[in-house]
Design a protein around this ligand. Structure first.
Ligand SMILES: Nc1ncnc2c1ncn2[C@@H]1O[C@H](COP(=O)(O)OP(=O)(O)O)[C@@H](O)[C@H]1O
Ligand SMILES: [Mg+2]
Length: 281
């Protein structure tokens, strides 16, 4: 994962070559040393000097079969995203606060204010897999899967903000989304003294999302933050639109996850079908 000591050592031309590898990977599983100078716009010798540094920093990986070539590590992609975000408003990366199924989440400072940096990791496993496969297009490379997930999450946060209680998207680049810090704590880890009120708040947000055409599709006590002021729904890359063929199923599953949690932990009893009907009304 991201290592600030390495990041600080990176020079402009290291970035150029890293960017070049990213560009080459759109069409090639491995980017050959012959292709690289044209992508990086640097002379061959300089390119090779940079390649060796990037290998040493473990930001890229080398193969010798079927030809000598290079591809990005997730760490290299992290460096590119952090580089881009730093040129805009990111000034610090702090504690790692979450490791989810498909992301690693850090606190940070953006425009001198606290922010959340979510590094998407969807595709990380298939990323290892891809290496062993043949004839796999660059598009399926793990970093691109993660980038698409970040793009989806960013889109959802932008579309929902203002109407639904979600973090505000501040910026994003490649597979990293920068957003505001959700107030309070995860529902799963917080004891609330008015569960009915919080459940109503969640259902209300689900309803507002639905009205805008969005179904979360991964809703659970882990993706809801609660504070005395209300709730915030996080973790949106898996959303579907309400016209999606599985929309009904996914909406019911979201609602059921939340109802089951409130039943298990607080003994609250609600009828799932009724809640789903309410959400859709
Ligand atoms: N905006 C946020 N504010 C506060 N904590 C967050 C925020 N986004 C993510 N987190 C923390 O990081 C964890 C993982 O993020 P999440 O978006 O749920 O991704 P995953 O798909 O990995 O579950 C969350 O459970 C939460 O603890
Ligand atoms: Mg989550």
């Amino acid at each position: 994962m991201f290592d600030s000591t390495i990041f600080k050592k990176l020079e402009k031309n290291d970035f150029r070559v890293l960017v070049g590898i990213g560009v080459g990977m759109r069409n090639h599983q491995w980017v050959s040393s012959e292709m690289l100078p044209s992508f990086s716009k640097l002379p061959f010798a300089e390119t090779m000097y940079r390649i060796n540094r990037l290998l040493r920093f473990k930001l890229i990986k080398k193969t010798t079969t079927p030809y000598v070539g290079y591809r990005m590590h997730f760490d290299g992609y992290d460096a590119l995203a952090i580089g881009a975000l730093s040129r805009r408003g990111l000034s610090a990366i702090g504690e790692r606060i979450g490791v989810g199924k498909e992301s690693v989440v850090y606190e940070g400072l953006y425009d001198r204010k606290p922010a959340i940096l979510k590094f998407h990791r969807a595709g990380y496993t298939s990323f290892k897999h891809v290496v062993r496969q043949r004839n796999v297009g660059g598009q399926q490379h793990g970093v691109f899967v993660a980038r698409d997930a970040a793009g989806r999450e960013h889109d959802a946060l932008i579309a929902l903000h203002g109407a639904v209680s979600v973090p505000r998207a501040i910026d994003y680049n490649r597979h990293v989304v920068v957003m505001t810090v959700a107030p309070g704590g995860e529902l799963s880890k917080t004891k609330v003294d008015d569960p009915d009120w919080f459940l109503d708040e969640i259902v209300e947000q689900v309803r507002k999302s639905y009205a805008l055409g969005f179904i979360h599709s991964d809703l659970s006590e882990y993706n809801v933050f609660v504070s005395p002021n209300g709730v915030e729904l996080i973790d949106w890359p898996g959303y579907v639109v309400t016209s999606h063929p599985n929309a009904e199923f996914l909406l019911a599953r979201d609602v059921l996850n939340v109802l089951k949690f409130f039943n298990r932990k607080y003994g609250v009893v609600r009828d799932c079908e009724e809640v789903v009907e309410y959400v859709k009304s």
